[in-house]
Write a new protein. Structure first.
Length: 154
């Protein structure tokens, strides 16, 4: 079985081309920056940069909706290949042929992470609202007047 599932951010806008011939097919190429699961002690987060290629409707979707910094989930398969470059050297390639791609965050979250998901120097992090005060048993106090709105009796 050859199946790949990736979640990461596009390093740049997708590169779109159309195949030659009577039935032109869209071909999109992009690179995903995928954070590594573990990091060494004291090191910053590291990422792998995975080359992806999408064909047909998926490529048209990428052209229209995916941009640098967009966080997506892509599923597909690994494909290897090779070619001879201008200097006569054999070059080996590894790409993920994407079969499905979808957004991995909402538009609102994407706009908050417009800097690539990293905090810019001098910027303040959004504050998390404080939880309401709980009774000593860990449960929130419910005012007596609300009883009739609950679907059960206390």
């Amino acid at each position: 079985m050859n199946k790949v599932i990736l979640m990461g951010r596009l390093t740049r806008d997708p590169e779109i081309r159309y195949s030659a011939g009577e039935n032109q097919t869209a071909v999109a190429r992009y690179t995903l920056a995928v954070d590594r699961r573990f990091r060494r002690q004291g090191d910053e987060q590291t990422a792998d940069f995975i080359n992806c290629v999408v064909f047909g409707r998926g490529a048209e979707f990428a052209e229209r909706y995916l941009h640098q910094g967009t966080k997506i989930v892509a599923t597909g398969r690994i494909q290897t290949g090779s070619y001879t470059n201008k200097d006569g050297n054999r070059v080996y390639t590894t790409d993920v042929v994407v079969e499905e791609q979808e957004f991995a965050e909402s538009k609102a979250a994407a706009s908050e992470n417009a800097g690539g998901g990293y905090q810019q120097a001098g910027a303040t992090a959004p504050t998390r609202p404080e939880p309401t005060q709980a009774a000593g048993d860990g449960f929130m106090n419910i005012p007596d007047a609300i009883e009739e709105e609950l679907p059960f009796k206390c």
